[in-house]
Design a protein around this ligand. Structure first.
Ligand code: FAD
Length: 384
């Protein structure tokens, strides 16, 4: 067993930290105030190869491993969880989906633009009645000659307003969704697609999640991802891999907040000494550090299993569950240590707290992760 990073992994981590500090940090306040999508940052990340870390060189990627991707996403999210989620959705779900399930033609057509930073991708499963119960879709398709006509309404699609290509799920028969669900690669410039309400969120300003409306949208057979009727399996498989991304984002959020808490604890004086001298503050520091470390180990292990080609569904859910709960714990304790300053909009503490809150919700809530973990254990035992 080796807990060290390879030279290549270390270089990715350093490059991402340098970029996040030099380019993203100075832009954070503007993103918070304007809520503008950070196209300039996204283009530069594309040029640096951050969206193509796991993509083979033949499709324009870097051809590195899943741990390198995890490290970069963690470093980006340590400074901006909003840029982190834009990256995670584009890379883990859109690019990752086409890489895993796409035909050779689809890979050559969609992956180079999606990793260049010139266009961005998204993943759209959720509907008003279909949250955790992802099979209960009402967005439908029907075949007409060589076309698939899609109608329906999606919600909460991250990168939805900006995306050029979206992996979107629809069913042929709402009474038989698991057998008829199909994943389509939607081209958002085509007739029949429009963006509806953009959600006013608690955090992650600059990243946008929106309603998508499909009215007689026409897709072609070559725009089906994987096989027709296999969409449910594709949706769940991609979420499994996406959860490593959200675990990495959560880890970055926890790390970023923890550093703020440490800085404050060692400089703020009360009763004639730094508050870090008080045992109760030390309890928080030790608890935060230990949970971050445990989350980091779980996340890197899930990424390692993925890059080794081994099963990782249980482990990615464990990583996502623990890292997201840790992000919530650490950002909450950070506010406690910062106290009144933590409750002020002028200090960055509240931003991590608001941005981190959603990590136990998207790509499967903590309750759903527990169901996945328990099911995988019972399956291993042959009990289900
Ligand atoms: C900021 C943001 C970005 C998002 N981005 C995307 C995106 O890009 N693409 C996309 O498709 N979706 C996206 N989503 C949607 C997200 O994946 C869903 O919100 C999530 O799956 C939960 O669904 P829900 O909100 O409808 O909650 P519900 O499913 O209604 O759950 C409500 C509560 O009930 C619990 N619950 C539900 N079922 C069970 C059960 N069987 N056992 C125990 N407890 C249960 C849940 O854990 C939760 O606590 C996003 C959401 C947010 C907030």
């Amino acid at each position: 067993m080796n807990f060290g990073l390879t030279e290549e992994q270390r270089q990715f981590k350093e490059a991402a930290r340098e970029f996040a500090e030099r380019v993203i940090r100075p832009a954070v306040r503007h993103m918070e105030e304007s809520n503008q999508f950070p196209w300039d940052i996204i283009r530069q990340m594309g040029e640096l190869g951050f969206f193509g870390i796991e993509v083979p060189e033949e499709y324009g990627g870097v051809g590195a491993d899943a741990i390198s991707y995890t490290l970069v996403l963690e470093e980006i999210s340590r400074v901006s969880p909003a840029v982190g989620v834009i990256m995670s959705v584009n890379t883990s779900l859109a690019v990752g989906g086409i890489l895993q399930f796409g035909t050779e033609e689809q890979k050559r057509k969609y992956i180079p633009p999606l990793i260049s930073g010139e266009v961005i991708g998204a993943y759209s499963l959720t509907e008003p009645q279909a949250g955790s119960d992802a099979a209960s879709l009402l967005t439908t398709y029907r075949k007409e000659g060589d076309r698939y006509i899609i109608n329906g309404r999606k919600i909460w699609c991250t990168n939805g307003p900006e995306a050029r290509y979206i992996i979107l799920y629809a069913v042929e028969d709402t009474k038989n969704p698991k057998r008829t669900m199909t994943a389509f690669i939607i081209d958002t410039t085509r007739k029949g697609f429009s963006v509806g309400k953009v959600e006013e969120k608690v955090g992650l300003r600059g990243a946008h999640s929106a309603e998508l409306i499909l009215e007689d949208y026409e897709a072609y057979p070559e725009e089906i991802l994987g096989e027709e009727g296999k969409g449910y399996k594709i949706a769940l498989t991609l979420l499994s891999s996406g959860r490593i991304g959200i675990a990495s984002q959560s880890l970055g959020i926890a790390q970023g907040a923890f550093e703020l808490a440490l800085e404050h604890a060692t400089t703020r004086e009360q009763f004639g000494q730094p508050i870090a001298n008080f045992e109760m503050i030390q309890y928080y520091i030790s608890e935060m550090a230990t949970r971050i470390d445990a989350a980091r180990l779980l996340t890197y292990r899930a990424a390692w299993l993925k890059q080794m080609g081994l099963p990782y569904r249980k482990e990615s859910s464990m990583a996502k569950l623990y890292a997201s709960e840790t992000a919530n714990y650490v950002t909450d304790r950070t506010i406690q240590i910062l106290a009144s300053m933590g409750y002020s909009m002028e200090h960055d503490g509240q931003r991590y707290w608001r941005d981190g809150r959603v990590t136990t919700i998207y790509e499967g809530t903590s309750e759903i992760q527990r169901i996945v973990i328990a099911r995988e254990i019972l399956k291993e035992m042959g009990k289900i």
